[in-house]
Ligand binder design. Structure first.
Ligand code: ATP
Ligand code: MG
Length: 399
């Protein structure tokens, strides 16, 4: 077994010592069998959540009502969830109510797709009630039970099917696909917070081209925020897509795909955080500058290192012929004479001393901006005396 599982076996063994059943379940078993990197390890157990809390010393109850606690072990977190059957899903992230049960079989039955309905015991034996391992081999996404019922129960599963097609490069079973199209309109009932998680993973999938094909086929975008109002947007997607990392990149990408849609509409409809709004604005400003002036030192300086990856990904997607690499940007970044405003050898006090009549005011910031750009573009060296001379010959505009 994988190193990750080896450490987690402690938790299974301990639950078993108290005469409870415990298994690895869901995505970690799927990814283990696919030899993909495992994101997190989930454990299902017959122990009720109160007992799990008693058995382990370091426990964080995150969803007692739904039977989920986090067990900390050797500085890692494991979600331990009691076997359960789900009640009705309303707008929330989780079903409204759940019933705890004693057998893993029913717990596996509530799961969305056969490839996600696998369990594994501590010896590596797989429990596979719905031919999930066969579907893994055939590379097929298929619902557990009737798609029409399962999608109606929780329409998020429709978007999850697309998400897995994009992450795994799997085909979607034809019946499942038909049911996705029939139940698609019910997506509009979902809370946008739930949709966002899956849409973000969808656009980040290594097989995003496969995902986009299914998106086009199912027309699920017709039921997603914003896109619902601009259905033609799907036809504008490039034929060769590359994965995007995070929701800000997705919004920025769609802004250039269809600039007539007001940015605020994306922000409001998708409930973007202030940080996401800042990220989108920073990326849009930089891409607009690039379109006007191309890549120069001022652009790289203003962009700042945390945005390099996103900027390169977006430019390559929007202007595939230009072949911009992160290495080029890093080279330019390394060649900059200063990397922050603080490193500039003049400051506001110098300016006030040079122009005592002007007094304090917004002209100081404007003048510093201009000098900063002159230094970055190597029009003048970053030396206090030379900068002062430069400013005297190029005085700030009289305002
Ligand atoms: P990832 O690698 O992205 O975490 P995952 O398969 O683990 O993929 P999660 O969203 O973490 O996906 O869910 C864990 C498991 O819970 C799934 O594998 C599936 O068995 C079950 N599950 C999650 N969401 C649903 C849902 N909406 N309906 C039914 N089962 C679900
Ligand atoms: Mg998971």
């Amino acid at each position: 077994l994988d190193q990750l599982f080896e450490e987690a076996i402690y938790i299974i063994n301990k639950l078993e010592k108290y005469n409870y059943q415990a298994y690895f379940v869901g995505g970690c078993v799927r990814d283990y069998l696919l030899k993909r990197p495992i994101s997190d390890i989930d454990i299902a157990t017959s122990a009720p959540p109160e007992k799990v809390q008693l058995i382990f010393s370091n426990v964080i109850p995150i969803g007692l009502k739904h039977g989920t606690v986090i067990v900390r072990h050797l500085h890692k977190s494991y979600e331990v969830t009691t076997f359960r059957i789900d009640g009705k899903y309303s707008d929330n992230r989780r079903p409204d109510n759940v019933e705890f049960i004693q057998s893993i079989d029913e717990d596996l039955k509530r799961r969305d797709f056969t490839i996600n309905a696998l369990a594994m015991d501590s010896s590596g034996n797989i429990i596979d009630l719905f031919d999930g391992t066969l579907d893994l081999r055939k590379k097929v996404i298929r619902t557990v039970g009737k798609g029409s019922e399962r999608f109606h129960e929780d329409p998020l599963r429709i978007i999850r099917a697309l998400r897995f097609s994009s992450q795994l490069g799997f085909a979607i079973d034809t019946d499942t696909l038909k049911d996705m199209m029939v139940i698609g309109p019910e997506i509009t009932k979902l809370a946008v917070e739930r949709i966002r998680v899956e849409v973000t993973k969808f656009f980040g999938g290594s097989y995003i081209d496969n995902g986009i094909n299914y998106l086009k086929k199912t027309e699920v975008h017709l039921y997603l925020p914003v896109m619902i109002n601009y259905p033609y947007i799907i036809d504008k997607l490039p034929t060769r897509f590359d994965p995007l990392n995070g929701f800000s990149e997705i919004v920025t990408f769609f802004h250039y795909l269809e600039p007539s849609i007001c940015m605020e509409e994306w922000f409001v409809s998708w409930k973007c955080s202030n940080q996401e709004k800042r990220d989108v604005k920073q990326l849009v400003k930089s891409i607009d500058y690039y379109k006007k002036y191309g890549l120069d030192k001022w652009l790289v300086y203003c962009l700042r290192a945390p945005y390099f990856d996103a900027f390169v990904r977006l430019l390559n997607l929007l202007y595939p012929s230009e072949l911009l690499t992160k290495k080029e940007i890093i080279l330019i970044h390394d060649s900059l004479v200063i990397h922050t405003r603080e490193e500039l050898e003049v400051d506001g006090h110098d300016l006030i001393a040079l122009f005592p009549n002007k007094g304090k005011g917004p002209w100081i910031q404007e003048a510093l901006n201009k000098i900063e750009k002159d230094v970055i573009l190597n029009h003048v060296p970053n030396k206090n005396n030379e900068l002062k001379d430069w400013i005297k010959w190029n005085p700030p505009e009289i305002s």
